[in-house]
Design a protein around this ligand. Structure first.
Ligand code: FE
Ligand code: CA
Length: 537
């Protein structure tokens, strides 16, 4: 197949954009372009690699390299995603062992698939374990930025240290992504994205710092595509993806707030909601460095959960906490579609053993992986708060239905399994609630004598507004397994792991409304090998 350059396949609007980038006056420019320039996207226009590059799904012998051709990244015409039209496009790629791309060890052709918005998911194999590689894509005269990828260490490799970050909840309208930039500056080996990578809705009630470009809630394939494209135009996020491999799962806002399986918080007919979910999952696949075949969506079904081992030091189980869920406990109109508070009296259904957060297939997969792991540390990376968090309601306690408190039977099964099979150094990392927490995970949260079996760290949001501090902080005495709670700061978490010691730094930006925000450490915690539970560092 000839290597057709994409330059002759730009749409008319794509050409206008490109011309404007070269200095056309704004007088004749369409509204879309004026918006683009106002938002400082001008230089991206016309570049087929405007959305940058990414690597992920790393293995000891390879990884997935991603890009998406989008000379007009926010095309409003659904027939020309990213300003592209026509069939699949063949582009070139190169992989080198040095950052200057001098020692090229691999190269060839990759396909940008029309069916997936001209995205590329290049599954590279046959590389050497435990080392970085650099790569770029080319098309005609255009070349992408150079990205950095890395193979995982060999299964039996002895690692004495590993740095990684975890992030969640980057609402474009609520702030800038300075936190992503500062995480890139720490040079972690990989970043765990724990969900709410995009927000589907448009903010109408609270102050906004910048706007979702189309002004509509994402609900269709073109509108989800453009949402991801807009986020990927952010220079800090784009840089983090170019420099650091990504291991990615999702939470609710990649589809819709507080959805559970096929159940929408707005009581949409589940068959209709699954059509929306299919569009959302497809756009997620199109923009992430996920494995083709394994993670390719089939209608509303898509495999995201996965496992990654870093030598004998740590094994990471990446969990999908949304696709396979039972619907919210005591689901019902008009107000109980998403997160709501329930007591044991008001909603006995919440406690039912049949309710599942992970789905029984994923649960079996996780239990099996944990039982057979030989790693020194075992990380469960997932979307929502796992520790119990009870809130006084009269002389009773209430629980939120949208996190693991909505699925306590599933939580108990997991923690019992961890305890019974003596999983080595189990640590859970979570997102979703736009707050830092450091928690002991206990077999029975209500029994002070019950053993601590694992440790949980929750990272705050990159930019999304946090929940009100006071009512949640007031509940801390009723939740003694929670060692730390802070909802007023934005940032990420950076973990430095050694065989005997895990150090967890909660990093905060000075102001998420400031694109040039500074960074500092709010608190540092630790976990010691062989002793589950939070330790102050
Ligand atoms: Fe969020
Ligand atoms: Ca969420």
């Amino acid at each position: 197949m000839p290597n057709r350059s994409i330059s002759n396949r730009l749409t008319r609007r794509g050409f206008i954009h490109g011309a404007a980038g070269a200095g056309l006056t704004l007088v004749a420019a369409p509204a879309l372009l004026r918006r683009a320039v106002a938002h400082n996207w001008g230089t991206a226009c016309g570049d087929p690699f405007s959305l940058g590059v990414a690597s992920g799904a790393s293995r000891p012998d390879g990884f997935v390299l991603w890009t998406r051709l989008a000379p007009e990244p926010l095309s409003s015409d659904p027939r020309t995603p990213g300003g592209m039209s026509g069939g699949d496009v063949t582009i070139g790629y190169e992989i080198a062992t040095d950052s200057a791309m001098r020692n090229i060890v691999r190269g060839g052709k990759a396909t940008a698939e029309r069916a997936y918005a001209y995205s590329v998911h290049l599954d590279v194999t046959g590389l050497r374990p435990g080392r970085p590689y650099w790569y770029r894509f080319t098309s005609g005269d255009a070349a992408s930025r150079i990205g950095r990828a890395a193979t995982l260490p060999a299964r039996d490799a002895a690692l004495d240290k590993l740095r990684f970050g975890f992030v969640s909840c980057s609402n474009y309208e609520h702030g800038y992504f300075a936190a992503y930039r500062h995480l890139a500056d720490e040079h972690p080996e990989f970043v765990l994205y724990l969900g709410d990578y995009i927000y589907e809705y448009v903010e109408h009630n609270r102050p906004v710092v910048r706007r979702h470009s189309d002004g509509v809630e994402s609900a269709t394939l073109p509108t989800y595509r453009n949402r991801y494209a807009q986020y990927r135009l952010d220079p800090d996020l784009q840089r983090l993806h170019a420099e650091v491999p990504a291991l990615i799962t999702w939470d609710d806002h990649e589809v819709q707030n507080d959805y559970a399986g096929k159940y929408s918080e707005y009581f949409t007919d589940p068959e209709l909601f699954l059509m929306r979910r299919a569009a959302a999952y497809r756009a997620f696949y199109e923009h992430m460095p996920l494995r083709p075949i394994v993670s390719q969506p089939h209608g509303p079904i898509m495999r995201v959960y996965d496992r990654f081992g870093f030598g004998g030091l740590i094994e990471i189980s990446l969990i999908d906490g949304r696709q396979y869920r039972s619907r919210e406990a005591c689901y019902g109109p008009p107000y109980k579609g998403g997160a709501h508070l329930e007591t044991d009296k008001s909603c006995p259904e919440r406690l039912a053993a049949s309710r599942t957060m992970m789905g029984f297939a994923q649960e079996a997969w996780l239990h099996s992986g944990l039982a057979h792991s030989n790693a020194q540390w075992n990380l469960i990376a997932q979307d929502v708060l796992m520790a119990q968090y009870r809130l006084r309601q009269g002389d009773d306690f209430a629980f939120s239905t949208d996190d693991w408190d909505g699925y306590p039977a599933n939580r108990t099964r997991l923690l019992r399994h961890i305890h019974k099979t003596r999983v080595a150094n189990p640590v859970v990392v979570s997102g979703d609630i736009h707050s830092f927490l450091a928690n002991d995970l206990k077999l029975d949260f209500d029994d002070p004598t019950s053993p601590v079996v694992a440790t949980e760290f929750v990272g705050t949001s990159i930019s999304s507004y946090g929940p009100p501090y006071r009512p949640l902080a007031r509940a801390l005495p009723d939740n003694p397994h929670v060692h730390f709670f802070e909802s007023r700061r934005r940032g990420y978490v950076c973990v430095d792991l050694q065989p005997a010691h895990m150090q967890v730094r909660m990093r905060v930006v000075s102001d998420a409304r400031d694109p040039n925000a500074g960074i500092s450490t709010l608190r540092t915690f630790a976990v010691e090998s062989g002793r589950p539970g939070v330790v102050a560092a």
